[in-house]
Design a protein around this ligand. Sequence first.
Ligand code: ADP
Ligand code: MG
Length: 727
Amino acid sequence: MSKLRFEVITAAFGRKAVDVSAANERPSKYYAQKVFNREKMFKYLPGDVYKKLIDVIDEGIPMDISIADSVAEGMKRWAIENGATHYTHWFHPLTETTAEKHDAFIEHDGKGGVIEEFKGKLLMQQEPDASSFPNGGIRSTFEARGYSAWDPTSPAFLMGDTLCVPTVFISYTGEALDYKAPLLKALRAVDKAATDVCRFFDKNVKKVTTYLGWEQEYFLVDEGMLLARPDILLTGRTLMGHDSAKNQQLEDHYFGSIPERVAAFMKDLEIEAMKLGIPTKTCHNEAAPNQFELAPIYEECNLAVDHNMLIMAIMKDVARRHGFRVLLHEKPFKGVNGSGKHNNWSLGTDTGVLLMAPGKTDKDNLRFITFVVNTLAAIYRHNGLLKASIMSAANSHRLGAAEAPPAIISSFLGSHLSSILDHLETTDDVVRILSKRELRLNIPQIPELMIDNTDRNRTSPFAFTGNRFEFRAVGAEANCASAMIALNTAMAEQLVIFKQEVDALIDSGVTKEDALVQVIRKYIKYSKPIRFDGNGYSEEWRKEAEQRGLDCEASAPIVFDRYLDKESIAMFRNMDVMTETELRARNEIKWEMYTKKIQIEARVLGDLALNHIVPTATKYQSSLLDNIIKMEQVLGKEEGDRASQENIETVKQIAVSVSEIRRLVNEMVERRKVANRITEEREKAVAYHDTVAPMLESIRVHIDKLELIVDNELWTLPKYRELLFII
Ligand code: ADP
Ligand code: MG
């Protein structure tokens, strides 16, 4: 190992994991300590204000401006008592991170001093100077204003000395410039549509809540080593690096014992998360070396999305305190598993029923089948769009790359549920109404055990797992909202159609139960192509999926087109989630981001190739040449040459690789120039995908060859075996 590399590594190892004072306390003591939750609202707000605010949160009643000052005052008092000096509107712009602009609570008191102040107006709405957030052309520069507006359904929280108020972010003309605004609309749409369908089974249902339980995968790398790898530092992934002789083939990392230093990090992270009201539950090793996972208990979807954005932010901070850097990139290392973020998704009623869970009675089970089948129909109709909702430059390294979910959306139900649907599809006498108007399904009783008993299929991008569906194709770095907007809107649309069809049959004199079963049967047939229980990685599946008419496109910029299909535009418009203008603007951003990501990677690789790899390889080559000449001098030409045969070969190999690297880097620069001249964002992204991105791979091949032959002492960049195994 080179001296430089050795020094950075040992420097990082010198650090001690921080002492965790809360470590000996019970989580229930500090849980939600930093959240302005109901308990604090009750304590800090006047009784009538508290009641009104709870109505806003629970019933979706519009916010009464008259209570805003009072809420702001209570919030400020609580925040200041807990050490806050600043406040910020916290929102999710379309950059996949969160944004905040901190303002101090102070105002002039008119007597030459200052007072701490936080008015309702500032809580409700602000106008961040937002011209540098992506907007896809919605805001022309002279109208660069964007508004952030309070989302009372996600509680305010404290980060360091700052009170953070979750907000939506919209343009001057009302279009959403963030993820939260359309998410809230999608959740409202699915609430309404699902409530209507629930009433076929239970008239008491008034509200349906969407639940999300995410599982966050990530890698940890020693900070010292990461700092010596400019590619990871600047792009989040390794652009070069030969496979380590050992990686995950022994399958010894998954669920293995957690290294002490990592355990200290996890403990610290868990405490921070708990204080912010994030109910973290599971931490374990993942499949790849130095890969880990964190999952909380599932929560209401909007809150869960906020919590995931928060956890990604605090993970980065906590990791640095422990001398680590956390990598959320979907594919930081070639040859080992990438990172995803499984989105466990379900719907539940205000009467306490999980709609995707089987029940005890036939009626419960008909309701269960109704929601499962409607889910299948929704994801079948919009399978291309769902893929678009999780696609990104980074995630395209996972999708279809023979490891994580393939770039084809399909759904795994397991043999039991599949056979029930098959039965319902083909059997005519499934429903009989007995004299007591009792419903009978002529299907085997669905065992309650099924909840924990569903077979596992790790290759499926959208698997049924007992009482929920698990959308596994979501990327580790992504904002879950993107997937949740598409999925919930598609579900809302399908449930609306379903209800209309059932109602029409009832109106024509068919009994409710018969009508339900008839329409369910129709959608079992309709959605059949999306059901696939086999191996999603296999080549046969690709061929079959194509025959079934599923979307098999894998090129990210083209996958984004699915947002602009007329079915997608109609769906988002009819469900009142996004307008065509918003969709078009978002796509502009997606294409632009794609281009920029590849552009940055190309620049970084070009630089490193020319100023790290080529000089290092040339230096080693010179030392070999020196040796060859000296051998000749000492042993004479003939014997010297014989003895130096292998070194001469190596010298030639280096010469070939070095000149190839130079040629390819030049070509990549030329291709970038051509692509950069394209003015249309979509075409530019396609050009980057088709012409620039493949160059990254071809250059890397030569670099990785050199890494194997150049003297380890000279190689400046930490290698996979160090990045992945030293911790
Ligand atoms: P696995 O890794 O086997 O898929 P985990 O236990 O790691 O399972 O994660 C399961 C996730 O699913 C957790 O976040 C859990 O809270 C969530 N979950 C469980 N039930 C539901 C549900 N009905 N709706 C949404 N999420 C759920
Ligand atoms: Mg899972």
